[in-house]
Design a protein around this ligand. Structure first.
Ligand SMILES: [Zn+2]
Length: 89
């Protein structure tokens, strides 16, 4: 199984979030991302641990409701790095 590396944007006692390299916040009807769309944030549990580390989570890319989004092959794992650039709260 392949691995996709991302860096966490934010982490707290509940959750860790990161900007997905595949999913955008909005799409045109033809399935192309809108010009002013942003990366979609995916949120996973943080196991109540906000320390710097690397965790692996299965993707949520096909769970978000985006009717026109091209299907993404979810047979990969996100490797999420939590480092000093991650916002902690
Ligand atoms: Zn995604």
């Amino acid at each position: 199984m392949s691995v996709v590396d991302v860096v966490a944007l934010k982490i707290d006692e509940c959750c860790v979030s990161f900007e997905c390299p595949f999913c955008r916040t909005s799409y045109y009807k033809n399935g192309q991302p809108r010009i002013n769309s942003k990366p979609h944030l995916h949120i996973h549990g943080s196991s109540r641990d906000t320390s710097n580390r690397v965790i692996e989570r299965s993707p949520h890319c096909n769970l978000i409701p985006q009717r026109f989004k091209p299907n993404i092959d979810c047979s990969f794992t996100f490797r999420i790095t939590i480092d000093d650039t991650t916002i902690k709260s």
